[in-house]
Design a protein. Structure first.
Lengths: 273, 104
């Protein structure tokens, strides 16, 4: 797929990848030619950006409309004290620029919506590191309809949930698991409930692992499985996720055929019109 | 017979425990169990069932398999079963949605 040759500097930088049969120079070239969209440059997005940049994923799109707050720094490790008040996408880009000149960051300082998502360039896959149901359901629906692999990760206090949707036509999708979002306000966010600072680090690192495997097309992704992580008990449970025939998006009689059919603020169900 | 209930995220908060053991009559269904839980825990009232079906914002597993893929609320429990109840969680990035209460 690529005739990209690794330079001497790249061979040295990525030597611990190149030495492995599962990656090799071809796999590293694939990473350098690869592109990933990371939605959210916060707790989950920080380790995702760190490890994808270090791995040499050539093009990293980063979406976030927020600025760095001092209360972010307990877990959002790509931002520093001097970044407080600055756009997270800018701080993230500077982090990557310092780490790896092979990686081009495309900062998208915007809130994802059914309209703005269409303005983004194409990426090989999407990592959902967002913090709200509206964005999560939008990403799920968009990626399923467009056939783009999606790596899902979410956190709550001391717990994490992870899965991968390959979106290759067979399902499942996030709506197979949770057909619609909870009523707004019923599931609290990090500000109201708190979050153990290192928790998104663990979850984001697993998301980065999934993304690298998908770009390399190697290993077994978390397809059809929800990994539930309990940091307090240090316990990982795996839950089967099957395609739901009644799924409104990927079921036998889908009612969602376009992201414009859905009202994403609220419970992410069909528009009432 | 005995079954084990495991709660995640907000349901864990409502119940106050991660895991609860219960003794139920043979032939008890998932729906009957969830209904009993709603009566027992104030924080769960109306959260698990809607019109007799499992609410679409939560996921119920019996021994690791989603009951909605099988017989749903009619799924009969067996001795030693583990039933897991969990909601979706959304957290991950910023925490700017709710302002800090200390004024900053």
């Amino acid at each position: 797929m690529t005739d990209l040759r690794l330079s001497a500097t790249q061979l040295e930088r990525y030597s611990r990848h190149v030495i492995m049969d599962e990656v090799g120079p071809e796999g590293q070239a694939r990473l350098l030619a690869g592109s990933v969209l990371v939605v959210g440059a916060g707790g989950l997005g920080s380790p995702v950006v760190q490890y994808l940049a270090a791995a040499g994923v050539g093009r990293l799109g980063i979406v976030d409309d927020d600025v760095v707050d001092r209360s972010n720094l307990q877990r959002q490790v790509i931002h520093a004290d001097g970044d407080v008040g600055r756009p997270k996408v800018e701080s993230a880009r500077e982090f990557v620029d310092r780490l790896n000149p092979d990686v081009t960051v495309e900062p998208h300082e915007l809130r994802l919506s059914a309209d703005t998502i269409a303005t983004l360039p194409d990426y090989d896959l999407v990592v959902d590191a967002s913090d709200n149901f509206a964005t999560r359901y939008l990403l799920n629906d968009y990626c399923a309809l467009e056939g783009i692999p999606l790596v899902h990760g979410a956190i709550y206090r001391f717990e994490g949930q992870l899965t991968t949707f390959e979106n290759d036509g067979d399902g499942p999708c996030y709506r197979c698991l949770f057909p619609e979002a909870p009523e707004p306000g019923t599931v609290p966010d990090c500000a109201t409930t708190g979050v153990l600072g290192v928790l998104p680090g663990t979850v984001g690192c697993i998301q980065a692992t999934e993304a690298v495997k998908l770009v390399l097309e190697t290993g077994e992704p978390l397809t059809g499985r929800l990994l539930v992580y309990d940091a307090m008990d240090m316990r990982f449970d795996t839950v089967e996720v099957r395609q739901n025939p009644d799924c409104p998006l990927c079921g036998e009689e889908p009612t969602i055929e376009s992201i414009h059919d859905v009202a994403y603020e609220g419970r992410c169900t069909l528009s009432a019109d | 017979m005995d079954v084990t209930l495991r709660f995640f995220a907000t349901f864990r908060d409502a119940v106050g425990q991660k895991e609860v053991g219960r003794e139920v009559d043979p032939g008890t269904t998932v729906g009957e169990l969830l209904s009993a839980l709603e009566r027992e825990y104030d924080g769960l009232e109306g959260e698990l069932l809607a019109d007799g079906e499992i609410r679409s914002q939560l996921n119920v597993l019996a021994n690791g398999r989603g009951v909605q893929y099988g017989d749903g609320v009619e799924t009969e429990l067996e001795d030693g079963d583990t039933v897991s109840v969990f909601p979706p969680v959304a957290g991950g990035a910023s925490d700017a949605v709710v302002p800090n209460t200390d004024g900053q």
